[in-house]
Ligand binder design. Sequence first.
Ligand code: SF4
Length: 118
Amino acid sequence: MKELVCIVCPNGCTLHIEGEGKNIKISGQKCRKGLTFAQNEMTNPMRSICSTVRTAFRDVPVLPVKVSCEIPKDKIFEVMQAINRVTVQERIGTGDIIIKNVCGTAADIIATSNILKE
Ligand code: SF4
């Protein structure tokens, strides 16, 4: 028996998982989203990342960023290293791409603020 906390909503249901792979029995969820979450966690766990990148501008030394879509959980460290290597050289804004297809995940690193343009 494995236990997971569902992170889809603030309820944080404790999910109980029996079995392995596709032959699992899930209990403890209050809704269907918990079932999907547990199935994904047991086969291909995905996560979103929000972070900041350095900029070349003294007035705004860091810029908030995020991934454009969820990435495999086991790629988080590699993606964070890629984010930490970047220094933004232009006054970009919300939605602008900073790293395309980061670490081959098909996700882009995009700006989430217009603070460099204000
Ligand atoms: S199982 Fe449903 S209600 Fe419970 S935390 Fe997940 S999404 Fe929220």
